[in-house]
Ligand binder design. Structure first.
Ligand SMILES: Cc1cc2nc3c(=O)[nH]c(=O)nc-3n(C[C@H](O)[C@H](O)[C@H](O)COP(=O)(O)OP(=O)(O)OC[C@H]3O[C@@H](n4cnc5c(N)ncnc54)[C@H](O)[C@@H]3O)c2cc1C
Length: 495
């Protein structure tokens, strides 16, 4: 297995921030944008899952793209690393600075203006620090919607969502962030400002820089704003919860719903009995959606944008046919917005319930959709047999072939000690099984620092070399979020 590398200055040839640089940054940003108060910095030095802790002598919070460009120019001159950060909800510690304090934390949260929004253009231009739920509200105010949502929507920012190519619960119909980004404004590692915010649907001028920056995890530049696609607002929606015996039944149901309701199905989220029990146990106010507990469940959302079809009737009919066929064991359709929200809360609370429950091993995997049911059955058994007492909690976006395949240590074990002892081997086994199934060890969360060693171990050298070449070409000094996403090769030390 690949060694976990230490990415401090000794390895990268970068410098620690000195007083000269700090004075210049303080003068540039003023007290609002140059923060050295430990109490204000501390919450941003640990990742959302609280597994990685970093250090930074200052938190830089620019208010404009011009200030970001000046920060990057100063950092490049001084050869000091920058770690961009949005809402810090990423799950692979991509926004956590290194432990040795060699990097400066660059928060985009103050840049939170919606610069323009147009129903005619079906587009919005939002600064990097705009929070996802605020973008949803702005789109709703003009009769449109931004069709990407996830449980961290109250904190995740546009810059972070672009930089991780976030997925979420509507990928089935609208694709991930990549499919919604029309343009990007970003500061490149030499401090120049790439102005690419035109909301063009067609633009064939060679290499697509906006796609290169999407999913780059801050390693190729700092996203300062993005132009994003909007779609018509929802006229009506139906939210249902169905209980099933197997993941294969869930996939059969999805395909039937697609055939019967056209493009209406936007979300199809798989929830096993053990994930639902965890939510019912840990989240105050959570209530079981069905009378009988079923081995597997799906949360389904079907929508209508034109106001011509009735998604509730369509879903009701399709589910009752599936019950008659024995595919669905039991089902309920929300009778009000409050009930719909309560069903969604069950799904969206799983990560929070896991966090409250204690440490577990997280794997954000994808395999071809048709393979997923067999993968879940077969590999859960193999893992639980190899690590006796451990349990798999496998939930998420079945329709995208993306499941969060998490492993809980045995109930009677000290979880932290168990993970220290078996975690690396268990995760390696999961990733090996995923690769054998032609899958990906990171479906939507990215690589960050948490998956870096496994990414290096399991990635084709041709692909790794191409990534390294792009990184070297755009960031020859290596100041952009070093130690994340792109594993260093020997010879990558800055000259
Ligand atoms: C409860 C919960 C549920 C989640 N569900 C999903 C889900 O369904 N699907 C999914 O895909 N993700 C999910 N996530 C992960 C997370 O919300 C996304 O990765 C999100 O995109 C991160 O946004 P952020 O603003 O918090 O970014 P951060 O965590 O601050 O940063 C993430 C990465 O982007 C970089 N970055 C941030 N801002 C910029 C910028 N302006 N320019 C360049 N680089 C930048 C950082 O350096 C880091 O590498 C979930 C997280 C939580 C906590």
């Amino acid at each position: 297995m690949a060694q976990r590398l230490h990415y401090g200055p000794a390895m990268t040839g970068l410098n620690f921030p000195d007083q000269v640089l700090l004075d210049k940054l303080a003068a540039l940003l003023g007290p609002q944008g140059f923060i050295t108060d430990r109490d204000l910095i501390m919450p941003w030095l640990t990742d959302w899952r609280e597994r990685y802790h970093g250090e930074s002598i200052a938190l830089l919070a620019p208010g404009t793209a011009g200030q970001v460009a000046s920060i990057v120019q100063l950092a490049a001159e001084a050869r000091v690393a920058l770690v961009p950060q949005g809402g810090n909800t990423g799950t692979v510690a991509g926004a956590t600075p290194p432990k040795d304090g060699s990097a400066l934390l660059l928060s985009l949260r103050r840049m939170n203006r919606i610069r323009s929004i147009s129903a005619d253009d079906n587009a919005v231009t939002a600064e990097a620090g705009v929070i996802l739920s605020d973008l949803h509200d702005a789109a709703a105010a003009i009769g449109r919607r931004f069709p990407l949502s996830l449980a961290a929507k109250g904190s995740a920012t546009i810059g972070g969502l672009v930089s991780t190519n976030a997925g979420g619960t509507q990928v089935l119909r609208f694709g991930p962030m990549r499919a919604l980004v029309l343009g990007i404004e970003a500061v490149l590692p030499d401090g120049s400002l790439l102005e690419g915010l035109a909301t063009l649907r067609k633009d064939n001028r060679g290499y697509d820089l906006r796609q290169l920056l999407t999913g780059a995890e801050g390693t190729l530049g700092i996203v300062t704003a993005a132009a994003l696609r909007l779609v018509p607002a929802v006229a009506s929606r139906a939210v249902a919860w169905a209980g099933l015996a197997t993941p294969q039944d869930a996939l059969t149901l999805l395909r039937q719903l697609e055939e019967r309701t056209g493009e209406a199905v936007e979300s199809f989220e798989l929830v096993p009995a053990n994930a639902l029990s965890l939510v019912l146990d840990k989240i105050p106010g959570a209530r079981a959606p069905l009378e009988q507990a079923c081995p597997w469940n799906v949360l389904i959302e079907a929508v209508d944008a034109q106001g011509s079809a009735d998604p509730v009737a369509a879903l009701e009919q399709a589910l009752s046919t599936a019950i008659d066929q024995g595919i669905v064991l039991d089902a309920t359709i929300a009778a009000s917005e409050a009930q719909a929200a309560a069903l969604w809360a069950l799904r969206e609370s799983i990560s929070e319930a896991e966090k409250i429950d204690g440490p577990s091993l997280k794997h954000d995997i994808s395999v071809p959709v048709a393979e997923m049911p067999a993968f879940l059955d077969r590999e859960r058994q193999r893992l639980e047999a190899r690590f006796p007492g451990s349990r798999i909690i496998a939930f998420g976006h079945l329709g995208d072939g993306n499941i969060h395949f998490n492993l809980l240590p045995p109930a009677d074990a000290d979880r932290t000690a168990w993970i220290d002892r078996h975690g690396a081997a268990a995760s390696a086994m999961v990733h090996d099984l995923v690769v054998a199934a032609s899958g990906s060890l990171s479906a939507e969360h990215g690589i960050g620092q948490a998956k870096l060693a496994e990414f290096e171990r399991l990635t084709d050298p041709v692909r790794l070399n191409a990534l390294r070449s792009i990184k070297r070409a755009l960031d020859p000094l290596g100041i952009m979020n070093p130690g994340k996403l792109v594993p260093l090769a020997s010879g990558d030390k800055a000259q």
